[in-house]
Design a protein around this ligand. Structure first.
Ligand code: NAP
Length: 245
């Protein structure tokens, strides 16, 4: 199914896990995908493996916590392609110490988590927004989590009620809030931005303990990356289900 051969996408944190699979699934539909990794060698290795399967993938170095790296990546995309159609802000970390209470996580944990999961998303988006405005239909997908839902964290009947990894959870709540703010700025443009929960996915982040496979976990990112002009802006989704903020 090669229906998107005229589109260019960039996926951050794509050296493994959900990001790598998102690259693969987008490329399977014909999208030319920039596989971004903070480690250039790992990104090149991952891109070569997909290229060997005939997929239109190229590697790019991008550390979302490094302003110089972000600026360099945006410059390279401008030089090579002149625009960007899809940005998937997928890179993320979970550093909370499971034996600590909510109030006991170190400030260093909070700062590092926010540097990657929140400021990394904002900085990357700021750098690529001019290139997304050059697209006929720019799409931004922010990979959040169900753990960013304050509604569910407040509900004793919710499955995540006792899952308090606070720096991670609050970072994802912030990504959701950022998505709503940016959607307002973009509401009269051709760009759409949405935030998603991939599912509880079997990746390194949870030592493979997730409930769903990695291919299943990439489906929501891919779905929101490929929405058409009738698609949502400023929503929070898992597959086609709307999630509570
Ligand atoms: P993962 O297997 O741990 O992969 C994380 C990816 O992020 C890796 O490629 C890693 O690169 C990259 N990364 C970390 N810091 C980075 C930085 N500063 N700059 C660029 N890339 C960086 O995690 P995953 O499960 O695939 O998670 C992907 C996204 O889904 C994350 O945002 C996560 O919060 C979200 N999510 C996951 C689950 C789940 O159940 N797995 C559930 C909800 C949401 P390296 O290879 O260089 O370390």
């Amino acid at each position: 199914m090669n229906t998107n051969t005229n589109k260019i996408a960039l996926v951050t944190g794509a050296t493994r896990g959900i990001g790598l699979e998102t690259v693969r699934q987008l490329a399977e539909t014909g999208v030319h995908v920039l596989l971004a990794g903070r480690n250039r060698d790992k990104a090149v290795e991952a891109a070569l493996a997909l290229q060997a399967r005939g997929l239109p993938v190229e590697a790019i170095a991008l550390d979302v916590t490094d302003a110089t790296s972000i600026a360099s990546a945006a410059q390279q995309v401008e030089t090579r392609h002149g625009r960007l159609d899809i940005l998937v802000n997928n890179a993320g970390i979970l550093l909370d110490d499971p034996v600590q209470k909510v109030s006991g996580q170190s400030l260093e944990t909070w700062r590092k988590t926010f540097d990657t999961n929140v400021f990394g998303v904002i900085a990357t988006t700021q750098a690529f927004l001019p290139l997304l405005h050059r697209s006929a239909a720019g799409r931004i997908v922010n990979v959040s989590s169900l753990l960013g839902s304050n509604t569910l964290h407040s509900d004793p009947a919710s499955p995540i009620y006792d899952f308090k990894v606070p720096a991670y959870n609050v970072s994802k709540s912030a990504v959701n809030a950022w998505t709503v703010q940016l959607a307002h700025e973009l509401k009269d443009s051709t760009i759409k931005v949405n935030t998603i929960h991939p599912g509880y996915v079997q990746t390194d982040m949870n030592a493979g303990q997730g409930e769903v496979t990695v291919p299943e976990g990439a489906r929501t990112s891919v779905r929101l990356a490929l929405i058409d002009a009738d698609g949502p802006n400023g929503g929070y989704f898992h597959l086609d289900q709307v999630l509570p903020w």
